[in-house]
Design a protein. Structure first.
Length: 327
């Protein structure tokens, strides 16, 4: 049995590293996601961040039995190992970014330093965390959704977490649901869910940052409010489409947009789901993540957490000692 485990969460805006022992998380470090430099900058800086967390915790790097990695995608196979081709990080897929990266050699870069690594899509990892410690513990039919910089999903059907041929099951944020040509996603799609409502794109059509858009909507600005209500309906339509495919029971929703605004958007989203084909949508529930913006960090740990630690953690909830992440 390992004495300690590590976790790395790689998102479009931040990278976090966390170290835990049997009693719970011991230390965490966070930095902005690197988006310039050599092609291996991201994995190298993630390793440096994990080493800093080990030092903070007083844990030798060699004491980490395994390291779980929760990462945004999509994933591609790069020499048989997982590489990242995410439009929120790679400039070759999103020309507004300050790099020409096409595929980041994530797994190869990490394995140069870590002998035992398990990598999953960040929403799959978040789903595992919510089924382990969160809002849907042991629920066999559930979906984790993030509404944040991007839109991502993690699917569980009949108790089985879905992954797919390259680990990309759950990239339903790239479902095409509109003909709008001004809803441009970083992947190049026009009119997919992410292009329509992701935090990176939502405010663009009104020429303002998304945070300002939501502030204006809450203040009663008619144009901003109509724009936000439309976004909630698009989000609900995406959840309806997923419901028709998976016959799911629970949606657990996280991400910065939902954490800040979900309480007043939820009725609109629920209405959009339920007004279509009740035979499929009756009884579907929306739940707020119980793990907040720590869900992907804890998801990375849950990928490698020893089974006999889980019951104790459920009782003590040691992650509550961690400060919430900003944003």
């Amino acid at each position: 049995m390992p004495s300690h485990v590590g976790g790395i969460d790689i998102g479009g805006t931040k990278v976090a590293a966390i170290v835990a022992g049997e009693s719970g998380p011991l230390a965490r470090r966070v930095m902005p996601t690197p988006k310039s430099g050599p092609i291996d900058t991201l994995p190298e800086q993630a390793i440096a961040l994990l080493r800093q967390a080990c030092q903070d915790a007083g844990v030798a790097e060699s004491d980490l039995g395994m390291v779980g990695v929760s990462s945004c995608g999509p994933f591609v196979k790069d020499g048989g190992l997982i590489g990242l081709a995410t439009p929120n990080i790679c400039g070759a897929h999103s020309p507004g970014l300050p790099n020409d990266w096409e595929v980041i050699p994530l797994e190869a870069g990490l394995r140069r330093h870590l002998p035992a690594v398990r990598i999953e899509n960040d929403c799959v990892a978040a789903l595992v965390a919510e089924r382990t410690f969160g809002a849907v513990v042991d629920e066999p039919d559930c979906v984790y959704v993030t509404w944040s910089t991007g839109i991502g999903f993690g699917f569980c059907v009949d108790g089985h977490v879905l992954r797919g041929k390259n680990g990309n099951a759950g990239h339903a944020g790239h479902m095409l649901i509109s003909e709008r040509q001004d809803a441009i996603c970083g992947c190049g799609n026009r009119g997919d869910v992410e292009g329509l409502i992701a935090g990176r794109n939502l405010g663009d059509r009104l020429g303002m940052p998304t945070a300002e858009l939501f502030a204006a909507a809450r203040a009663g600005d008619a144009a901003a409010l109509a724009h936000v209500h439309e976004a909630a309906r698009w989000f609900g339509r995406a959840l309806y489409d997923v419901t028709t495919c998976l016959d799911t029971r629970q949606f657990v929703i996280g991400g910065s947009v939902w954490l800040h605004h979900g309480e007043w958007l939820a009725p609109l989203v629920s209405e959009e789901i339920r007004r279509h084909f009740p035979a499929l949508t009756d009884g579907v529930e929306l739940r707020m993540t119980k793990l907040g913006n720590l869900v992907a960090d804890l998801g990375a740990l849950c990928l490698v957490l020893p089974d006999d630690w889980i019951s104790a953690w459920r009782g003590t909830q040691p992650w509550s000692r961690l400060a919430p992440l900003p944003g």
